[in-house]
Design a protein around this ligand. Sequence first.
Ligand SMILES: Cc1cc2nc3c(=O)[nH]c(=O)nc-3n(C[C@H](O)[C@H](O)[C@H](O)COP(=O)(O)OP(=O)(O)OC[C@H]3O[C@@H](n4cnc5c(N)ncnc54)[C@H](O)[C@@H]3O)c2cc1C
Length: 401
Amino acid sequence: MSYDESIAIVGRPVGLTTALTLARRGVPCVVFESADEIAREQRGAAFHPPTLEIFRKLGIEADLTRMGIRIPVWQMRDSSQGVYAEFDLGTLSALTDFPFRFHLPQHYLSSLLLDVLRTLPNVELRFGEKLESVSTDGASATLKLRSAQGSSKVRVPWVVGADGARSMVRKSAGFGFEGFTWREKFLVTNVAMPMEPLGYTGTAYVSDPDHWAVVLKLYDDSHPDLWRVAMPADPDVDDAVLLAPANVQARLRETLGVDMHFPLAYSGTYRVHQRVADTFVRGRILLAGDAAHINNPIGGFGLNGGVHDAFNLGTKLAEVWHGRAGAELLELYSRQRRTVAVEVVQKNSIRNKKTMEERDPQVRRQNQQALHAISLDPDKSREFLLDSSMIASIRRADAIT
Ligand SMILES: Cc1cc2nc3c(=O)[nH]c(=O)nc-3n(C[C@H](O)[C@H](O)[C@H](O)COP(=O)(O)OP(=O)(O)OC[C@H]3O[C@@H](n4cnc5c(N)ncnc54)[C@H](O)[C@@H]3O)c2cc1C
């Protein structure tokens, strides 16, 4: 089948965001997704202010923020000393209409995007179709797909690989994906109980050499009080042992320093990588989201960065598609978003993890004192928040020409 005019996009939620950016600019697209439907995902759940600004430009912010939780103040804690710094995003209210972190699991975003895309005449959604390979002849790209009905081929002028960390688009087209994998696994749990009585604001980063944690209040329409606690786990221990309820309870007790039984709603483990593709564009093939860059989730940069890619790419690709710009504009996309992925997201996510797990008590104390001092100084606090809320990364990308 030939889609002579349509941009092919593989994956979601970054893929659906790319599709909406293109469709809003009059560009036809076809989205391929191997899953049949949007399942609940225990992954991205925290959005930063610039991401909400993008959703407003795409016309979905009002519907999105009817759900979710706004977190204006977030914490840095030490496992034994408690809170050592609090940051109030209200400090940024002159710079953004969204001076808070916004917590909403990513499947809600995907579902909303899908609802909107279904109403648009220039978008075709082909769920239940898995990409097997992509090739290009310089003037177009050909996708080989498999579904329950059998295999098919489509030819398109451009393809966007937003098909996640194991991207077939990236592998098939031969992009490099250098970086490293952290030794430990992450143990992610959801507990169905309020954590405000324990002193937590909606986001907290807890430092400890062995028992560090990210504690996050989750939005869920079936649980009023659901919190995620993500902790490190021994990679040499089987998942069956790590995920045994008694082990999870023990890990939560030692991590949170509270002797109680936790009402568990979910437990899972996953491996964490730091990798960036060698380029985000190769001829007719483009990468966005986790297909292009992956990082540890401390700081909540992964999906946010993917949405920033999607909007940047969709805007530029629309200009190229309409013939108002040459394909070199896509090289600018790659330069802007790859630079930010390397210089900001990789650097900050690695730094965040190292700060939380610092073993040397003196270095740990110095780090905490420095962050405490920043949190008390309005100018330094604003600078710090510009960085951690990804406003600085958008500005950095825009400054690259
Ligand atoms: C525990 C955890 C917490 C996180 N928290 C945050 C957070 O708070 N904030 C944040 O910004 N990020 C967070 N992240 C990262 C975030 O989840 C990812 O960055 C995000 O999911 C990337 O979106 P994506 O659309 O690029 O890829 P994915 O979400 O991986 O989606 C890729 C899609 O492509 C489809 N696909 C794959 N291969 C094929 C194929 N061959 N053919 C067709 N379809 C295919 C898949 O079915 C999938 O739907 C977290 C991650 C984890 C694990």
